[in-house]
Design a protein around this ligand. Structure first.
Ligand SMILES: NC(=O)c1ccc[n+]([C@@H]2O[C@H](COP(=O)([O-])OP(=O)(O)OC[C@H]3O[C@@H](n4cnc5c(N)ncnc54)[C@H](OP(=O)(O)O)[C@@H]3O)[C@@H](O)[C@H]2O)c1
Length: 374
């Protein structure tokens, strides 16, 4: 999709929103530690100081290794833009990099792979981006846990001005993930029955709402009653509290022994085997995360009995080209605008308190999205 097509799509989908309405989070939880500001961008676009505050990781480890420091970011080169971040999305992948499960490109490093902010400077060359634009990005380069950052212009996505930065930052990476999982990796259709683990999590909440709108019967797993209530609100037809119930037996019961067409499994180690057991003949095992640890190696023979398909996809392999990126974001924002997706910014923290955000995410204390505010 070209930038022009993307802008037209947004214009068209935003016609669905009453002009006075701003898309703020539909649900803002009491655990927010900061007040969300209006998206109206009125401040001056000064970027005089080269030093900005950022979270830095010098050694791998627990949340305590996230340090609040000054860093120098410089000015944008050709094809780059400098962005003053308004809101930063926290994703479980940030935990993997901090722990060393995934290897960061440098050391020390600034974590974070998602943010929304205002462009304060544009490097040489044609970028299609202007100073003052509200933009977001999700993916490489790592380094969004910072007041400002330099980004390649071809990685940034124009954000509709009717969407609060905190809402956009909470949905860009997670929502594009839901888009590629449901629409491209395995195409969910009316009549399918699907199983979503961690259904009240950031990605899980969006997967359930979107799959329900696509006409699927959605079975979600969660760890407690509060999360179960949220998953129900998000369109889960059946919710299983997998800390208390055997989810394989429950899926078997719900599907009258048939199993589900697809499992979206982001939990990994603790659920992988049960997920395979929950699939129907020729079902799709989509293993897209490992919040509980990496699953054990899988012998091919474990797929043979039901002729199962297995994939371990990543968003970043589905948004390689600019067209793919804008298509995923366009479809996501159209669904936000039309109300198919209600965004749960359930937890906001000051950027300087990123360690607390990580601690809560890892300890399963969060639901919906977690956002840092510089
Ligand atoms: N492949 C991709 O492209 C891609 C993109 C985005 C995200 N992901 C993956 O999707 C998953 C969800 O990401 P997210 O940022 O939205 O996080 P999240 O789902 O909001 O948080 C993780 C959730 O996983 C569940 N969980 C189960 N066992 C856990 C354990 N031992 N430790 C911690 N959590 C556990 C918890 O929900 P309960 O309390 O209900 O069990 C927890 O709230 C992550 O695994 C992430 O890596 C993959």
């Amino acid at each position: 999709m070209s930038l022009l097509k993307y802008q037209n799509l947004l214009r068209h989908s935003l016609l669905l929103i009453p002009t006075t309405r701003t898309i703020s989070s539909s649900f803002v939880s009491s655990s927010s530690r900061v007040t969300l500001k209006s998206p109206l961008i009125t401040e001056a676009f000064s970027s005089s100081s080269e030093m900005v505050k950022a979270i830095r990781v010098h050694e791998l480890g627990g949340p305590q290794v996230l340090k609040w420091e000054d860093v120098e970011i410089g000015e944008p080169k050709e094809g780059e833009v400098r962005v003053k971040n308004k809101a930063i999305g926290v994703n479980f992948i940030d935990v993997y990099f901090r722990q060393g499960v995934y290897k960061a490109p440098s050391s020390p490093f600034t974590p974070g792979m998602e943010a929304v902010g205002i462009v304060t400077a544009v490097g040489a060359g044609r970028t299609g981006i202007q100073v003052g634009d509200l933009v977001g990005y999700a993916g490489q380069p790592m380094g969004s846990y910072a007041e400002e950052q330099i980004l390649p212009a071809n990685k940034v996505i124009p954000i509709p001005s009717s969407i609060e930065p905190a809402v956009a930052a909470s949905v860009l990476l997670k929502g594009m993930t839901a888009q590629f999982l449901l629409r491209r990796c395995f195409k969910v259709e009316p009549g399918h029955t699907i199983l979503v683990h961690a259904a009240a999590g950031g990605v899980g909440s969006l997967l359930c709402q979107w799959a329900n709108a696509l006409g699927a019967t959605v079975i979600g797993t969660v760890s407690n009653k509060e999360k179960a209530a949220q998953a129900k609100e998000d369109g889960c037809h059946h919710v299983i509290i997998y800390k208390e119930e055997d989810f394989v037996a429950r899926v078997n019961e719900i599907t009258s022994g048939a199993g589900v067409e697809v499992v979206y499994d982001s939990v990994g180690k603790d659920t992988f085997e049960g997920s395979l057991a929950s699939l129907k003949l020729r079902g799709y095992m989509v293993s897209f995360g490992q919040s509980s640890g990496s699953p054990d190696p899988v012998p091919l023979s474990s797929l043979a009995a039901k002729a199962l398909f297995l994939t371990r996809p990543s968003l970043f392999q589905y948004v390689i080209t600019r067209d793919e990126l804008l298509e995923a974001a366009g479809e996501l924002f159209a669904n936000v605008a039309s109300g198919v997706l209600k965004i749960r910014v359930n937890h906001t923290y000051p950027l300087s308190e990123a360690a607390k955000a990580h601690e809560d995410l890892e300890n399963r204390k969060t639901s919906g999205s977690v956002v840092l505010i510089p």
